[in-house]
Design a binder for this molecule. Structure first.
Ligand SMILES: [Zn+2]
Length: 125
């Protein structure tokens, strides 16, 4: 079996333990169900939500990502737009936040599982 690196597995949204099973049931662009996760890894049976409220921590990751995106956008608008009125910032940044929300939701959970949770990769599971 081909070895999948940690970053490849994270990018593809695969289980942190076996790097084979998917974490999410549907693609991120699915309007209904982008947030639906498998309870257990379909390949190795790892329970993704180790304890109730386990993914609350992923909210901090999500907050950092959206804060970073908003900050970068704010600087871009400031320098490229010549510091326009406040409503210009809001009317550009707010819709972008809504559009990236599904991706952000998933990325933060994947980062949480792969890089924060301390789940060890078990080869050949
Ligand atoms: Zn697995």
């Amino acid at each position: 079996m081909e070895d999948v690196s940690k970053s490849q597995a994270a990018l593809k949204g695969l289980c942190p333990r076996c790097r084979q099973g998917k974490i999410f049931k549907k693609p991120f662009y699915s309007p209904t169900g982008f947030d639906e996760m498998y309870e257990l890894c379909p390949h190795c049976g790892l329970r993704y939500e180790i304890e109730p409220g386990y993914f609350i921590g992923a909210m901090y990751v999500s907050y950092a990502i959206s804060g970073g995106v908003a900050l970068v956008l704010g600087f871009l608008i400031f320098y490229l737009g010549g510091d326009p009125d406040g409503w210009v910032y809001a009317s550009i940044i707010a819709p972008v936040m809504v559009v990236i929300a599904p991706v952000n939701f998933r990325i933060s959970r994947v980062i949480w599982l792969h890089y924060v949770a301390g789940i060890k990769y078990v080869k050949g599971l």
